[in-house]
Design a protein around this ligand. Structure first.
Ligand code: BMA
Length: 343
């Protein structure tokens, strides 16, 4: 039986997307990249050309498109990485019209200190219902709702997407993470966010993705979990910081934890962020990434952004890993845009 969506008024296209994501797993996993059409190494989107470092390297676009709406809460014109929201809307429309899957994260500023996401001034308890900053939080959510409702295709139909707020909550680096919020406070934050966006602000084109950072076991994965009725999709963020051997083991354990929980809950799942910063290992794609995730049952894997030559996670034309990336791309179970459109 299909799990009920967290938003009881979700539009039919939301369920269709989830069905599609489940179907994809019969063929392999979809490949995704954060901000892939917004910028890459040595270029920035100019709203005329439609580019991606991935397409430059392999001649096809990613299947999954990650965007971040950090800054929308203030009504800013640009997101935290300087992408104009007006351009983001166009890029989302374009990716959707070509058959791509959209996922949105939110590096929200700290509502109490007004500094960035990484400012860990205590904040969660103050934005919950009854808290001193709850009114401000309502304004923030109303701006998110406004943005989500701008995402429409050429027929004015709302574009379905994955919304992944308050990610990596088991890490200490974000104001919403442990120990800056207790698991109970985090669960309240999630429930209030989900129910306010759907019931109060009438956002009906999103499904909700819960995504901790690397975990040791199932208990750790579920520590902050708000409950099955508030979550539609399970994710996890995994970065290689140490040796390849260590990362392979971590990936294996984390894939096992994620798939076991997701299958038991009958929810689709994905690696919502992954990467080895600056891809310092030229055959990372086939020997580490694909090798450990190919039979995991994930719907997608999303690499983080190509910001600059000092901070990138995907190959670009002149990078030393391009030949291995092509081998990776050619595997029949690694699905780029053309591949998911053929399903
Ligand atoms: C982080 C880094 C930051 C960036 C943020 C949101 O992982 O890439 O530089 O601002 O994601 O994209």
């Amino acid at each position: 039986m299909k799990p009920t969506l967290s938003d009881v008024n979700a539009l039919p296209q939301v369920q269709d997307s989830l069905d599609r994501l489940k179907k994809i797993t019969k063929y392999g996993y979809a490949f995704g990249h954060q901000d892939t059409t917004s910028y890459g190494i040595g270029w920035k989107n100019n709203t005329i050309d439609y580019r991606s470092d991935i397409n430059n390297v392999v001649g096809d676009f990613p299947a999954v498109y990650g965007f971040d709406i950090g800054g929308i809460e203030h009504g800013n014109a640009n997101n935290l990485d300087d992408i104009p929201f007006d351009d983001m809307v166009v890029l989302i429309q374009k990716a959707h019209s070509k058959g791509g899957i959209i996922t949105i994260s939110w590096h929200a500023d700290n509502p109490v200190s007004k500094k960035n996401s990484w400012d860990t001034t205590l904040a969660v308890k103050y934005i919950l219902r009854g808290g001193s900053h709850h009114q401000l939080f309502l304004v923030w959510l109303s701006r998110i709702a406004e943005f989500m409702k701008r995402l429409r295709d050429e027929n004015n139909t709302l574009i379905p997407l994955a919304f992944r707020p308050f990610h990596e909550m088991n890490g200490a680096w974000f104001w919403w993470g442990n120990p800056n919020a207790t698991p109970e406070e985090y669960q309240q934050l999630w429930k209030q966010t989900q129910s306010l966006l759907s019931s109060e602000f009438k956002v009906h084109n999103v499904y909700y993705v819960y995504a901790p950072n690397l975990v040791a076991n199932s208990e750790a994965y579920l520590l902050n979990y708000p409950g099955d009725v508030y979550v539609d999709f399970l994710g996890i963020d995994l970065y290689q910081h140490g040796s390849s051997e260590e990362f392979r083991q971590q990936l294996q354990i984390n894939m096992e934890v994620l798939s076991t929980i997701a299958i038991a809950k009958n929810k689709p799942f994905a690696i919502t962020e992954i990467g080895l910063e600056n891809v310092t290992i030229s055959d990372w794609w086939t020997t580490i990434l694909d090798k450990t995730i190919k039979n995991s049952g994930i719907s997608w894997v999303l690499l983080w952004r190509n910001h600059s030559e000092d901070h990138f996670f995907a190959p670009f034309l002149t990078h030393k890993s391009t030949s291995d990336f092509k081998v990776f791309k050619d595997k029949s179970h690694v699905l780029f845009l053309n591949d998911i459109n053929a399903i």
